[in-house]
Design a protein around this ligand. Structure first.
Ligand code: ADP
Ligand code: MG
Length: 354
């Protein structure tokens, strides 16, 4: 483990201790120093158990790790801290075979803090009020942005050299990017929904031809349709946008080289948002790309979450909002080589006369 890797350990909030096979402290990061109230100088080179009171479960895990009885193990423990008394931790011990010999890492996450982090993630879920705020913000940005772009364009014409014009071009390009962003933020509310009978396969075909026109080289979009599926009631334009956003993400993840499958099926007796439906349409958009980056997996439907430099992080938010307006749900399962977005929309069946 290089010095650089150690320095980067100081940047993370989790307390980390690196030990050698003899359970001597090799490195301790800043959060761990703060936790134990000791400096790395006092600890490094010493056997951990000699200088600190260690929770018995953790000591046990470390001893097992030094004998390579496992690769990685995680356990909750009560750790008696000199300054605070016993504190509940989630402790993970991992064995790292390194050039200089076997190394062990001990990571400690305070459980109370972990719970707090979980709550925060939960609260990040957008409420209606937040959406309203986002929309107002978009309006506020839109007008001055037009002014900024216009002024940059005027300036661009007056500038004497191409070298200086590079700067105005940056302003113009970035203004255009922001313009695209606010347009998308405002888009869901631009027009009223038009409900009609929609054939989902027509929607898929439309998206398919749009995407094949955009990604001309190695993109394959395979159809796996159940053509017996009845028409659904919905807004055709919105449904095209939903499928387009999901398929476009797949094509982008594939860098235009790979396969997307559009699979339609019927599900029976499904529950969506506590309501039971006799029939629902399941449209799967499956790709064999790299998968959603792990750190984004839980949040891809949140606004402004993007894994791409040029992304806005609104495509899936918009898709989800449209699917909800159809009484449906959208969900995803993703791992490297396989990503499956499921768009599930209830199929209205004839109401029985009462
Ligand atoms: N099929 C997919 N494969 C891999 N990553 C995906 C896929 N679909 C979505 N993502 C990830 O989710 C992010 C959010 O998507 P989206 O809301 O459409 O915003 P944007 O496309 O502007 O980034 C993408 O940037 C990408 O990192
Ligand atoms: Mg997108």
């Amino acid at each position: 483990m290089s010095a650089r890797r150690f320095r980067s350990l100081d940047l993370i909030a989790t307390a980390v201790v690196i030990l050698d096979q003899g359970l001597r402290v090799h490195h301790i990061n800043q959060p761990a120093e703060a936790l134990f109230g000791v400096s790395s100088r006092q600890l490094e080179g010493a056997c951990l158990m000699d200088v600190l009171e260690v929770a018995p479960e953790v000591e046990q895990m470390l001893r097992e790790a030094s004998e390579q009885l496992f690769e990685s193990k995680r356990q909750q423990c009560d750790w008696p801290l000199a300054m605070r008394g016993p504190v509940e931790f989630d402790a993970t011990v991992t064995v790292h075979p390194e050039e200089e010999g076997l190394m062990l890492s001990l990571e400690l996450r305070e459980i109370a803090q972990q719970r707090k982090a979980d709550r925060e993630v939960h609260q990040a879920d957008l409420t209606h009020a937040n959406k309203e705020m986002l929309r107002n913000l978009a309006h506020e940005i839109k007008n001055p942005l037009g002014g900024v772009r216009g002024a940059a364009q005027l300036l661009d014409r007056e500038l004497p050299s191409d070298e200086l014009r590079e700067y105005t071009q940056v302003i113009i390009k970035e203004a255009d990017r922001l313009q695209g962003l606010v347009d998308q933020m405002l888009a869901p509310h631009r027009r009223l929904r038009v409900m009609e009978s929609v054939n989902i396969h027509e929607v898929c075909e439309r998206v398919r031809s749009l995407m094949l026109a955009e990604f001309t080289s190695g993109l394959v979009i395979r159809r796996d349709y159940d053509i017996s599926i009845p028409e659904i009631r919905g807004d055709r334009e919105q449904l095209i946008q939903v499928v387009l956003n999901v398929v476009r993400n797949a094509a982008e993840a594939l860098h235009g080289e790979g396969e997307v499958v559009l699979r339609s099926r019927v599900s029976r007796q499904v529950t969506i948002a506590k309501k039971r439906y006799r029939l629902a349409l399941d449209l799967h958009v499956i790709d064999n790309g790299p998968g959603i980056p792990e750190e984004l997996r839980e949040r891809v439907f949140y606004p402004l979450v993007t894994g791409r430099a040029q992304g806005h992080g609104l495509g899936l938010t918009l898709a989800q909002s449209y699917v909800h307006q159809h009484g449906g749900v959208i969900d995803v399962e993703s791992r490297p080589g396989y990503t499956d977005f499921l768009i599930r929309i209830p199929i209205e069946t004839e109401r029985l006369a009462s």
